[in-house]
Each structure stands twice: as C-alpha cells, then as structure tokens.
Write a protein that binds this ligand. Structure first.
Ligand code: XBP
Ligand code: MG
Length: 252
C-alpha cells in the first residue's frame, strides 16, 4: 500500500530543542517569577520522562514540595508559568538559535513536491511548533502541514496514542497509509499505539530509550555527504532516507 502522509514529532525529531531550547526557556520563566528552581542538563533529562511542560513542572514541584504542589491554585500557577515559558521559548527560537536536524528540510521538501501530505503530532504547545517551523523553514512553513496536532488538543499526552489518532482522524487516513517520525521511547509508544510504522531518529536525551518496536532506528535521516546508519527491519542499513527509500521499505 502506498504511503500518503508523513507525520512528524517535533522536539528531538525536527530539531534537538530540549537542552538548549525548552530547558533554557523554563529556567528563564522560573527566574522571572522569582522561583528558585533551576533545571540543569541532568535534572532536565530525568524530567523528560514526563511529557508536557505543565506536567513536567508539576512533577518537579511534587518532588521538591509535595504539599504545595497538591494545594489549591497549584495548577493555575503552573499554567501561568507555562505561558511565560512559551513566550521565552518562542523568542529564543525566533533568534535562529536552533536548527533542523540534518535531512529534515530535504525530506519535507521532497514529500511536498511529490504531493504527500505532511502532519505534526507533538506534545508541545502549538505556538512553539509554528515558531520553529517559521524560523527554520520560512514564514509559510506552517501552511505546508495538513494538520498540526499539538499540546492540549487531546486529554492525555504521549505515550498515549491519542495525539496520533487525532491527527489520523483529521487526515482521514488509515495508519497503514502513513509513516511516523519520532525520537523518543514515549513518542514511539504513542505512534505504535495508533498503529503507525515509525522511523526513530534518537537525539541527545533519548539515545538510551527502548526502540525495539521501531520500524527503522537510525542516527538521523542523512544527507548525501553524511549518510545515516542504523537498523531497518532488524538489518543494518546505511544511506539517505528519501521518499524512494521509505517506499522501498514500505513495500518490503
Ligand atoms: C516534547 C515535550 C514537550 C516539550 C516542552 O514533545 O514533551 O513537553 O518538552 O513543551 P514532542 P511545552 O517530542 O512530542 O514534540 O512546555 O510546550 O509542553
Ligand atoms: Mg520528541
């Protein structure tokens, strides 16, 4: 069956945004609010097990002061912090500080030229997605995507498959006609839970996750001067992930 749409995760998959993007924005929001939290690289790595910024902050609050985190008004406090963090993140992305991972822009352009549909399935806030797409691909880039599923449009975040089901529903396509691109164990569980074949390209924080269920697990999408390598259907593979590659894998 031919592939009709590519569905991309954002953080870690399109760009390695967590350590030098989201983490920095959270810390700026904490400092601005006069809160003495600071997430260093290691602590943020632990907290990434919790998907979603609000959920991540609440977990941290519970870890440092359970009674305060469970008190009335805590959710509103976290929501306000999240709004501030999003503003910092969007500003940071707008400076051009972060770049797409190798091969991402190439594959998006190829897929568009070939008439495939593109979609996003992410736990991050919608404004963060449009900021990243605009800063890295141009102002019109959000419009390249038939559907952007992000943040709180579903009640439960990854690893729950809800966000992928939401996107498939809007695309009007069965999972067998689509491929997902992810970087994390939580993301892979979400995509597989929705019945999607998934290409995983782990990044810094997710390198140690379990990717046994991945259709392909590669160190990136590759470019002609720097091919990707990894495993596809259990066998070693090296090359550039383009549409012909993906269609070949899908037929095999
Ligand atoms: C990554 C996430 C997000 C970001 C922070 O999502 O878990 O929570 O770390 O974004 P994905 P917010 O890999 O699915 O793109 O603070 O906006 O939640
Ligand atoms: Mg991700």
């Amino acid at each position: 069956m031919d592939v009709r749409a590519l569905i991309f995760d954002v953080d870690g998959t399109l760009a390695d945004t967590e350590r030098d993007g989201h983490r920095v924005a959270f810390n700026r929001a904490f400092a601005e609010a006069g809160i003495d939290w600071h997430w260093d690289v290691e602590r943020y790595g632990e907290l990434l097990a919790i998907t979603g910024g609000k959920e991540r902050m609440l977990q941290h609050w519970r870890d440092v002061d359970r009674a305060a985190a469970d008190a009335p008004g805590a959710a509103e406090r976290v929501a306000a912090l999240q709004r501030a963090k999003t503003a910092h993140y969007v500003r940071l992305i707008g400076t051009g500080a972060l770049h797409l991972r190798p091969g991402v822009a190439r594959l998006l352009h190829q897929a568009r030229a070939a008439g495939l549909r593109l979609a996003i399935a992410t736990t991050t806030t919608p404004d963060n997605v449009t900021a990243l797409l605009r800063a890295t691909l141009g102002d019109d880039a959000p419009g390249w995507f038939s559907c952007i599923g992000a943040g709180d449009v579903v009640p439960r975040k990854k690893p729950d498959p809800g966000i992928y089901r939401w996107v498939l529903d809007r695309l009007g396509l069965a999972p067998g006609r689509c491929l997902a691109f992810e970087d994390s164990g939580n993301g892979l569980r979400a995509a597989c839970g929705a019945g999607l074949r998934t290409v995983v390209t782990p990044c810094g924080y997710t390198a140690g996750d379990d990717f046994t269920a991945a259709w392909a697990c590669l160190d990136g999408l590759g470019e002609s001067d720097a091919p990707a390598s990894g495993r596809v259907a259990g066998a070693a593979w090296r090359g550039v992930v383009d549409l012909d590659t993906l269609r070949g894998w899908a037929r095999a």
